[in-house]
Design a protein around this ligand. Structure first.
Ligand code: DX5
Ligand code: ZN
Length: 223
C-alpha cells in the first residue's frame, strides 16, 4: 500500500488559513484532512461547507479527505459532493445505515471511508469492508486536536490489515489522532498507510519543516 500523509487543517491558524494550507500541502503530501464536527456527534463544532468552499478555491488540486464527525451524515452527502470533496468518511457510530450511507457516497462519485471511535470494535465494519475505499481508525476520542494517542487502538489497525489480507480487499487504513514524530515509527509498524497529523504539522516553528520530517520518516516504509 502507498504511504500517504494527510495534514489535518483543524490545527491550522484560521486567521491565515490560506498561508498555512499552502505551507502544508507540499509536493509528496497526499490529502488535506478536513474535520467536520456538528456539536452533536462530538462535543465540538469546527466548520462546514462555507469554509470548505474557500479551501477548494485556495487549493484547486488538493485531494480533500473529509472526516464527518456528524450525526446521520447521509443528509449531507450531496452537499459535499457539490463542494468538490474527493473522499467522505463517516462514523459507524453516527448512523444505523452505514452501508446505505457509504453507498450513497459512492453513487455521488466520491471515495468512501468508514471510521471507528476508540471504543468501537472493528467487527461493526465487517459487512461494509468490501465497499470501503478507506477505514479510519480514531486513535483519540473524536472532537479535539492535540490529544495523546491511545496505544491500544493500534491493535485495531493490525486486525484491519489481517482482515484485508484474508478477504482479498484493498482499502487504505488511516490513523487519526495524536500522531507525532516521536511515535511515528511505532504507528507505521502497525501496518497503517494513511497518516493524519494536525498539531504535529501546524504546531512548532515551521510547517514546511514538519511536513518534510514526516515525509522523510515515511519514505521507504510500506505495509
Ligand atoms: C480529532 C480529529 C483529528 C485531529 C487530529 O477529532 O479527527 O483529525 O485534527 O489532530 P492531532 O494530530 O493534533 O491529534
Ligand atoms: Zn479527523
Amino acid at each position: 500500500m502507498e504511504m500517504k500523509l494527510a495534514p489535518s487543517m483543524l490545527s491550522a491558524d484560521f486567521a491565515h488559513l490560506s498561508e498555512d494550507l499552502r505551507n502544508a500541502m507540499q509536493p509528496g503530501v497526499s490529502y488535506l484532512h478536513v474535520d467536520v464536527m456538528d456539536g452533536n456527534f462530538v462535543p465540538n463544532i469546527s466548520f462546514g461547507p462555507p469554509v470548505i468552499r474557500c479551501v477548494r478555491r485556495i487549493l484547486p488540486e488538493a485531494v480533500l479527505d473529509v472526516h464527518m464527525m456528524v450525526q446521520e451524515p447521509k443528509r449531507f452527502v450531496n452537499d459535499y459532493q457539490r463542494l468538490g470533496v474527493d473522499m467522505l468518511t463517516v462514523h459507524a457510530e453516527a448512523t444505523d445505515d452505514l452501508e446505505g450511507t457509504l453507498q450513497s457516497i459512492r453513487a455521488d462519485g466520491m471515495k468512501c471511508g468508514a471510521a471507528v471511535s476508540p471504543g468501537t470494535p472493528v467487527s461493526v465494519l465487517e459487512k461494509v469492508l468490501p465497499i470501503c475505499d478507506m477505514v479510519l481508525v480514531m486513535s483519540v476520542i473524536p472532537g479535539f486536536g492535540g490529544q495523546s494517542l491511545i496505544p491500544g487502538t493500534l491493535d485495531k489497525i493490525r486486525e484491519l490489515v489481517r482482515l484485508r489480507e484474508e478477504k482479498g480487499l484493498g482499502y487504505d487504513i488511516e490513523i487519526d489522532g495524536g500522531v507525532n514524530l516521536s511515535n511515528l515509527d511505532e504507528v507505521l509498524d502497525s501496518g497503517v498507510n494513511v497518516i493524519v497529523a494536525g498539531s504535529a504539522i501546524f504546531g512548532g516553528e515551521s510547517i514546511p519543516r514538519n511536513v518534510q520530517d514526516f515525509l522523510e520518516r515515511m519514505e521507504g516504509k510500506c505495509c
